[in-house]
Ligand binder design. Structure first.
Ligand SMILES: C[S@@+](CC[C@H](N)C(=O)[O-])C[C@H]1O[C@@H](n2cnc3c(N)ncnc32)[C@H](O)[C@@H]1O
Length: 348
């Protein structure tokens, strides 16, 4: 096939799918314990388990929790979390991507905020459990539109006695074939070091998908002429210089629940060599999000697309988890938060 020659594999090199298969697999039984709050289908947890940690997820959605249990070594408790939820008494690390509804963190902790806001729950868990490391993943808007809220979160963690660092990172700089910017907030006891971005060339969507990008399996959903028109109109109005089809020579644009699962004007799609366009398949979306092919999603197609779109790219998570491991290895055994106020003692 012509297109394949666009992405020749160097002699003896290993293709992307195989590399994911080799790098991302839980190392059982793993140690120490990582609590994963708002765990989703376990993208973040897969990175941590692949770095040798044991995980325990908490997730309210039944399908997401089932996917976690199916693929990861750790258990996943299906539960709607609140700041008062009972959690394991100790954990070395707490991780999570809490949903953010930016009101006052403190207001919400006193019951005055929006129950969809996960930050009060995350902060309450950190203040009760006092892990050696807490790592939060969130969308880039936290640095801009929701900046006052981020500042609030940082102050809360500092008042608990942590040093706090945050950074906008792009998964494409860590081997993921997708442009995906996320803010990572880390609360630590000193000595945290960010993972270094890869120095080699970026992984392209074509490299990640290989032959899949040129095929039209039975389950393919082709764009109808009216969808083509709808998309063309959107691109004309938004002044797109190039159609927003998947470009195989570069990382994909950000995958979201909406553009994977919905009939939106910016839906993720592939143009086949014969000119037809089809929606991305679940396995392709998972590849572009760096899930290895052995990772299975439970629930219907809509839920599975949402699980992928909502997740942290596991390969990116592995890089963060490796930094977490290095930080813990260098941390003096005696380091712990012993003299900081508890949540109840914090000023209101
Ligand atoms: C951004 S996703 C997390 C993705 C996950 N870190 C991963 O890498 O796959 C946020 C998750 O939080 C869950 N969630 C939202 N509010 C929750 C709550 N109060 N209790 C438990 N889970 C909740 C959602 O169902 C969703 O799966």
């Amino acid at each position: 096939m012509d297109g394949l020659r666009l992405f020749p594999e160097a002699e003896g090199s290993v293709d992307y799918g195989t590399r994911l298969w080799e790098q991302l697999r839980p190392i059982a039984p793993g140690d120490p314990l990582v609590l994963d709050l708002f765990a989703g289908c376990g993208g973040l947890a897969l990175g941590f388990e692949s770095a040798g940690f044991r995980t325990h997820g908490f997730e309210m959605d039944a399908h997401y929790a089932a996917t976690y249990r199916l693929n990861l070594e750790g258990e996943c408790t299906e539960e709607f979390l609140t700041p008062d939820s009972e959690l394991p008494e100790s954990a070395t690390v707490i991780i999570g991507g809490p949903p953010c509804q930016p009101f006052s963190v403190r207001g919400a902790q006193k019951g005055g905020g929006d129950s969809r806001d996960g930050f009060p729950t995350f902060l309450s868990a950190v203040s009760r459990i006092r892990p050696k490391l807490a790592l939060i993943e969130n969308v880039r808007g936290m640095l801009y539109r929701n900046r006052p809220y981020l500042d609030d979160v940082v102050s809360e963690l500092e008042e608990m006695g942590y040093e706090v660092d945050f950074k906008l990172l792009n998964a494409k700089d860590f081997g993921v074939p997708q442009n995906r910017e996320r803010v990572i907030i880390v609360a630590h006891l000193g000595g945290w070091k960010w993972p270094s971005p890869d120095t080699g060339k970026l992984v392209s969507a074509g490299e990640a998908l290989g032959e899949m990008a040129f095929e039209a399996p039975e389950e393919s959903k082709f764009l109808t002429p009216s969808m083509d028109q709808y998309v063309a109109e959107y691109e004309r109005k938004s002044g797109c210089a190039r159609p927003r089809d998947l470009h195989l020579d570069r990382p994909a644009r950000t995958l979201t629940c909406r553009n994977l699962a919905g009939s939106t004007s910016d839906m993720q799609r592939i143009r086949l060599p014969d000119g037809r366009r089809r929606r991305l398949l679940l396995r392709e979306a998972a590849r572009l999000q760096s899930f290895p092919d052995w990772f299975e999603f439970t629930g219907g197609e809509q839920s599975a697309f949402y699980q992928v779109g909502n997740s942290v790219a596991p390969l990116f998570a592995l890089k963060l988890a490796t930094s977490a491991r290095e930080y813990l290895d260098l941390l003096p055994q005696s380091s712990e938060l012993s003299s900081v106020p508890t949540a109840e003692e914090l000023p209101g």
